[in-house]
Write a protein that binds this ligand. Structure first.
Ligand SMILES: Nc1nc2c(c(=O)[nH]1)N[C@H]1C(S)=C(S)[C@@H](COP(=O)(O)O)O[C@H]1N2
Ligand SMILES: [Mo]
Length: 425
């Protein structure tokens, strides 16, 4: 085979190999602009999700060692509005799922460029292709790790955070470069309209237009409509898990769709059951104690002593990183500030420090979590012993579990046995 004259070898490297009449700047630009909006929202809600974990209260919460300056934006996650994480993470996960057909459509629309001949024409073009590798690879990686985590229920315990977080920064860097290079052309293409197909090989065709187009079986607008229908269908079978309540039944694609939490006051979504994380009856039976530590003091309470403390109510949802959430449940239990007061912390105008919450659970990444001072101070932050008027079920964290307004579900530790105020590490 002689390629010395620069002619591409037979196959996909030849422009005439690609025959769809749909491919062209308009189609690519429409998908691209949807992704520009969507990926921006995904990135922002993703960063928020990370901030919501209190990752600087290392090492219990932070699963991302050496995040270094990538954590520059971290701030203290507020407790109001109490549905904040339910909203940001619901948007993050539902949008991530809904954008999959758009991403596939976009990749399909530019696939001839993957085989562009010669593969490397100049240094500038080589750098651009490398950035595209990061762009496409980064997108694939972020969507794949996100979907796997949501669908297969934390298949990367711990390391998911690190993978998805670093991946996001690589991806968004390549994305920013790509947008700055292509946005003007994309806007021109959309302005020109769906019917304006530039001549194959022309500058404006950008290597996307087939020089030998087949007969169309679908219009370009029809192709966009089809992808839109795909997104809509995905929305219809996932959004219900973020809305919760009776809408949950519509979430056919939700990971726990088949698992029925049963009826009654405890009949709402369960993440990990007591059995699945090895909680033994003896750990949460009559021998169970709550130890409260801080300021060099310690108090040990039986369940009866905990129930004898002032009980307060708060209507709060559980909102998981996986994108599902419950509607508001009515929790009741002891305020975290009242527990801090047991060891002499807080009081009318004293400072309440952060707290390390530990469960009876052995091993696994979710058996403990640190809460920030603003979360401890919130009057709705409880060590709950009851929900919707009934004693907590074993699967919802009996005998006591944390519930904090606005926070990710993973900070709402179940089967709590120890609270250490002021020492997160
Ligand atoms: N000890 C312990 N607490 C835990 C977990 C866990 O695995 N172990 N899972 C957390 C996560 S990720 C979520 S979303 C909530 C779910 O609470 P629920 O099962 O009562 O709905 O519990 C949190 N508390
Ligand atoms: Mo969760």
């Amino acid at each position: 085979m002689d390629v010395s004259d620069g002619a591409p070898p037979p196959g996909p490297a030849r422009p005439e190999f690609w025959r769809s009449p749909l491919r062209g700047p308009w189609l690519t630009a429409v998908f691209g602009l949807v992704l520009l909006f969507g990926v921006t929202v995904l990135f922002v809600t993703g960063l928020l999700s990370y901030a919501a974990y209190n990752p600087d209260l290392a090492p219990v919460n932070d699963q991302t060692p050496d995040k270094g300056w990538l954590g520059f934006y971290l701030f203290s996650w507020p407790t109001s509005p109490y549905w904040l994480y339910r909203l940001t993470q619901g948007v993050h996960v539902v949008l991530g799922v809904v954008l999959v057909p758009v991403l596939l459509g976009k990749l399909w629309s530019v696939i001839p460029k993957l085989f562009a001949w010669p593969p490397i024409r100049s240094l500038g073009q080589a750098i651009e292709r490398l950035s595209l590798l990061l762009l496409v690879g980064g997108a694939g990686f972020e969507f794949a790790t996100g979907l796997l985590n949501v669908q297969l229920h934390y298949i990367f315990p711990g390391s998911f955070y690190a993978l998805h977080f670093y991946g996001a920064w690589v991806f968004i860097g390549a994305f920013a470069v790509h947008v700055s290079l292509r946005l003007p052309r994309a806007i021109r293409a959309v302005r020109a309209g769906h019917a304006a197909q530039p001549a194959a090989g022309s500058e404006e065709a950008a290597g996307l237009v087939s020089p030998r187009p087949a007969q169309p079986t679908l219009s370009r607008r029809g192709a966009v409509g089809l992808v839109g229908l795909g997104s809509l269908a995905l929305f219809a079978v996932t959004a219900g898990q973020s809305v919760g309540g009776r809408w949950r039944r519509t979430a056919l694609l939700a990971p726990h769709g088949g698992r029925d939490p049963g009826p009654g006051p405890n009949g709402f979504q369960i993440n990990k059951t007591a059995g699945s994380v090895g909680i033994r009856a003896s750990d949460i039976g009559p021998a169970w104690r709550l130890t409260v530590r801080g300021a060099g003091r310690q108090a040990v309470l039986t369940r009866e002593e905990l129930l004898a403390l002032p009980q307060h109510e708060a209507a709060l949802p559980i909102a998981c990183v996986e994108g599902w959430s419950t509607t508001d449940q009515l929790w009741s239990g002891v305020r975290l500030t009242d527990l801090a007061a047991l060891v002499g912390l807080g009081g009318p105008d004293g400072d309440v420090p952060h707290v390390l919450v530990e469960s009876v659970q052995r091993g696994g990444p979710f058996g403990s979590a640190a809460l920030r001072d603003n979360q401890v101070r919130d009057r709705r932050a409880l060590l709950a012993v009851r929900v919707n008027g009934a004693v907590l079920s074993h699967d919802h964290g009996y005998p006591a579990r944390v519930i904090v307004p606005g926070a990710p579900g993973v900070l709402n530790t179940k089967w709590v046995t120890r609270l250490t105020f002021g020492e997160p590490a």
